[in-house]
Design a protein around this ligand. Structure first.
Ligand code: PLP
Length: 435
């Protein structure tokens, strides 16, 4: 057998991000550039039989990927533990939660990182918001309103929550994402003594463009003592997200397992910076598990992740996720390899659509480069919802957000499936341009 050709992965995004492939921390430090995504997809697909990934073309991998069949065992184990141990099941459930944390720590490159778990990113963002030092920001800004700086490209959980805070006289400064080249500087220009927090994405959910300068924002925020939260949901497990290399060690990170981690619902995480001792107003009683001898009437907090803990939850999500993460390990599906595979799939779709030379009113490609793209391709069209329906009728799952048609491959999507999708796109384009 030929020796596999291995070399450092080409620099995919910003220099700082790209270096993640060169770090020897137990995860693969290089990819087999000769590996074709198709070979891997064909090997993986039989492990996803229940989700019928070979019988339909699932291009919603950016929203929710299929679960490997082995997942069933994890969920059944949850049932067995509950039935067998009744209320004593919690020790076992917490072990599963720890396995989930360990996987996320690995992706962040932080072996002892502080990770609070929650059902949704919204729940975890609320805990973050409730920890902000509102009175300090209010004092420092005297009569001016308190500011939270964000962008106009944030996912609805964050956008909606922040905008509803306006009714509490909190000023939400929404910096336009475009032009991306100056985004970090424009956000930094907005930070001052009246800023309570800055909250931004690492990869934008509408366009799939990677905000590789987000580390500059985090560093500027740190120098001013402003908490910075980065929504990394569209990076986690598809764009390597080593915190040191992204210069995000001082940031709070929120993300989850429903998309590229194949872990299903209920597996979100909040990474808390080292040595940070929060006192969030909105937390559950699990936040005082570590606090001994608490006097009646007091609200005390554990350290790090413990302070951001919730309360009684459905542990089945963690049982499911832990089995999936073991499966990734067995299949050697590291984040670096997944990025390599995903970039090949995106390239095939991108170049295929490019070669159709479609009119801009029908569909057009992103203006950024393939290497600056996250896990899905986002195509602009005034008829995105019509496209989704037309593709669905021809057996292809996709989704849309406003004027963006989003196509997200997953590691089990084969070359012939993508080629089939391209043929269908060409047909639908004719239909759209005629009608
Ligand atoms: C960038 C981003 N953040 C967060 C979420 C999920 O938010 P939540 O867990 O609050 O439903 C999504 C989509 O599901 C997303 O695209």
């Amino acid at each position: 057998m030929d020796k596999p050709v291995t070399k450092q992965m080409p620099m995919p995004i910003a220099k700082s991000v790209a270096k993640s492939v060169a770090k020897a921390d137990g995860v693969p430090t290089s990819v087999n550039v000769a590996e074709s995504f198709n070979e891997l997809a064909c090997q993986l697909a039989p492990h996803y039989a229940a989700f019928k990934v070979s019988e339909r073309i699932l291009l919603t991998g950016h929203s929710h990927q299929a679960w490997p069949d082995i997942t069933k065992h994890g969920m059944l184990q949850c049932f067995e533990d509950a039935a067998c141990h009744i209320d004593d099941k919690w020790g076992l459930a917490f072990t599963q939660a720890e396995r989930v944390r360990q996987f996320y720590r690995g992706l962040l490159g932080e072996a002892h990182g502080q990770i609070a778990l929650g059902a949704s990113t919204h729940e975890l963002m609320l805990r973050f918001l409730s920890d902000l030092n509102w009175s300090k920001a209010a004092k420092q800004s005297a009569s001016k309103p308190i500011n939270i700086v964000t962008t106009d490209g944030e996912f609805h959980s964050l956008r909606r929550q922040l905008h509803s805070l306006r009714s509490l006289n909190i000023n939400i400064i929404s910096v336009p994402v475009a032009p991306l080249e100056t985004l970090a500087s424009r956000i930094i220009d907005e930070l001052n003594a009246a800023t309570a927090a800055v909250m931004v994405s690492a990869v934008f959910f509408e366009t799939s463009v990677i905000f590789s300068d987000v580390g500059r924002v985090a560093l500027a925020a740190k120098s001013l003592g402003i908490p910075c939260l980065v929504d990394a949901y569209h990076a986690l497990n598809v764009v390597p997200f080593n915190l040191e290399l992204w210069q995000l060690e001082s940031a709070f990170i929120v993300a989850g397992g429903y998309k590229y981690c194949q872990a299903g619902e209920g597996n979100c995480m909040l990474r808390i910076p080292p040595d940070y001792h929060g006192r969030p107003l909105i937390t559950g009683w699990f936040a005082e598990f570590d606090v001994l001898n608490q006097a009646v009437g007091e609200v005390n907090y554990g350290c790090g992740q413990a302070a951001f803990a919730g309360s009684t939850y459905d542990p089945c999500s963690h049982y499911r996720a832990a089995v999936v993460f073991d499966f990734f390990k067995q299949q050697q599906l590291s984040d670096i390899r997944l990025r390599h595979i995903n970039q090949q799939q995106i390239k095939l779709l991108w170049q295929g659509i490019d070669s159709m030379a479609l009119a801009p009113e029908v569909l057009y490609l992103p203006t950024h480069s393939i290497s600056a793209n996250g896990g899905f391709i986002s195509l602009v069209t005034p008829k995105a919802d019509i496209w989704v329906e037309a593709l669905k009728q021809r057996g292809i799952s996709s989704d849309s957000r406003g004027q963006y048609l989003r196509l997200g491959p997953a590691p089990y999507v084969t070359k012939s499936q993508l080629e089939q999708a391209l043929n269908v796109i060409e047909d639908v384009a004719k239909q759209v341009s005629e009608g």
